[in-house]
Design a protein around this ligand. Structure first.
Ligand code: HEM
Length: 103
């Protein structure tokens, strides 16, 4: 279990990190810095680049990812969107799993 206060990061800021050398993506209202992971990603760097500075939740779900351990996602977590910018996507399963892990 990890206990930490997630920093609030606005979408406007996430959008600035949209290059090969500095890439953030949003998954389930959380912000991930995947710069160091780009070339480690089993699904290739291209798909991550495609979502640089954007929300990749649907693509992430569409690609499966059932075997991605929560702990590995936490390595790249840098913050959470402010409540007012949360997407109301129906992903209760992932959302609950991540919340549980973070609390
Ligand atoms: C922090 C973000 C991400 C992490 C930690 C991550 C991690 C992983 C891991 C561990 C795998 C191999 C195991 C599995 O398939 O469950 C994988 C596969 C894959 N990922 Fe990701 N992923 C991320 C984001 C994305 C995004 C945004 C896409 C967009 C489409 C994507 C597309 C894929 C695809 C297509 C595969 C399958 C590769 C294959 O079986 O050949 N991933 N990812």
């Amino acid at each position: 279990m990890i206990t930490r206060q997630l920093k609030e990061i606005a979408i406007k800021e996430v959008q600035l990190h949209d290059t090969y050398n500095d890439i953030w993506i949003i998954l389930f209202n959380r912000v991930y810095d995947v710069t160091a992971f780009l070339h480690e990603h089993p699904g290739g760097y291209e798909v991550l680049l495609e979502y640089a500075g954007r929300d990749a939740s649907l693509a992430f779900l569409g690609a499966g990812h059932d075997s991605v351990p929560m702990a590995s996602l936490q390595n790249y977590l840098v913050g959470i969107l402010p409540e007012s910018e949360h997407l109301n996507l129906p992903f209760p399963d992932w959302n609950n799993r991540l919340k549980e892990f973070e609390s």
